[in-house]
Design a protein around this ligand. Structure first.
Ligand SMILES: [Fe+2]
Ligand SMILES: [Fe+2]
Length: 309
């Protein structure tokens, strides 16, 4: 099965910009790209910081853009969001008995299917995250209820330090408590989070994890500066394509706004000793294989070439 991971959309009120960029336009580009290339995905997981300042107009803009998705979406709370305002804009969004945006969604009965468990790690007025006793108890019961399923666990805050000190200070503040619940059940297969606005993956206490660039602005890879300094960056946005098979979970990072050259690794490529020559080759490949199409991203081009065989 296939799922899409998006994070940190940081939408703002209409006509506003954020760090000089338009988060709504960038999210709309992601939605269009996902619909075009991953219409077979069973859902889009958005792991918090849905808005930058939690205004109703920003949540409304989010809803308008996400309504264009051809598949369901699953929202999580971030430190930049406002729980009540989120709920007002998305009244269908499930909450646990404590009012936290926590829910489970089972994707089907097959061996390569899984259950998404969304956690709410946000604390009003704080940038760091926390899972209080009530939220941890809900997770514990949820993992019992789905004891025989593969769990994909999503939350906004990373439970581990990633080496960017400013972000490390505002990570999940009680990782040990989360670990104890996860370890008690042993069915969590992969951890997804946002908040850090960078691609990163690894293993935390035996559990694999991955995170992504944000949809709007990024955090630079600065592993040196002190905790009072955070490097912003305009590196390109991305989404993750999670391919969940019986034996593995693969997370492809896709830079959906990248417009660099795309070409087939064709024999004649050896002749392309300059970018100008490569452009000529690309034009030839386009003419030979997909004469009626304008240049499109690689996956479309490859599908057209396959269909023409
Ligand atoms: Fe964020
Ligand atoms: Fe955040």
């Amino acid at each position: 099965m296939k799922l899409i991971h998006l994070t940190d959309t940081h939408l703002v009120a209409p006509d506003k910009r954020l760090y000089g960029l338009d988060p709504r336009a960038r999210l709309a580009a992601a939605v269009a790209d996902i619909n075009l290339h991953h219409g077979d995905a069973q859902g889009v997981i958005i792991s918090g910081d849905l808005t930058d300042r939690g205004e109703p107009a920003a949540f409304q803009a989010l809803r308008e853009v996400l309504e264009e998705l051809s598949m369901p979406y699953f929202l999580g709370m971030g430190n930049h969001d406002a729980r009540e305002t989120l709920q007002a804009a998305f009244p269908e969004l499930p909450r646990d008995d404590g009012g936290f945006v926590q829910y489970a969604h089972a994707f089907g009965p097959d061996a390569d299917d899984c259950v998404l468990v969304m956690l709410d790690s946000a604390v009003a007025g704080e940038h760091g995250g926390l899972l209080c006793e009530s939220r941890l108890a809900w997770l514990d019961a949820c993992l019992v209820a789905h004891h025989d399923r593969r769990i994909l666990l999503a939350l906004h805050h990373p439970p581990m330090a990633l080496g960017i000190r400013y972000m490390d200070d505002i990570r999940l503040q009680n990782p040990q408590a989360l670990h104890e619940v996860i370890q008690r059940h042993g069915n969590v297969e992969h951890l997804l989070f946002g908040h850090v606005h960078r691609p990163a993956s690894g293993v935390w206490r035996g559990l694999s994890f991955s995170t992504l660039p944000g949809v709007n602005h990024q955090v630079g890879l600065d592993l040196v500066s002190a905790a009072d300094c955070l490097a912003g960056s305009h590196e390109p946005p991305a989404y993750g394509v999670l391919m969940i098979g019986e034996e593995q979970v693969v997370n492809h990072l896709h830079l959906y706004m990248d417009d660099s050259r795309r070409y087939f690794f064709h024999d004649t490529l050896e002749a392309a000793q300059s970018l100008e020559a490569l452009d000529e080759l690309i034009a030839l490949q386009r003419d030979e294989r997909i004469p009626t199409r304008e240049r499109e991203p690689l996956s479309n081009t490859l599908q057209a070439a396959e269909a023409a065989k």
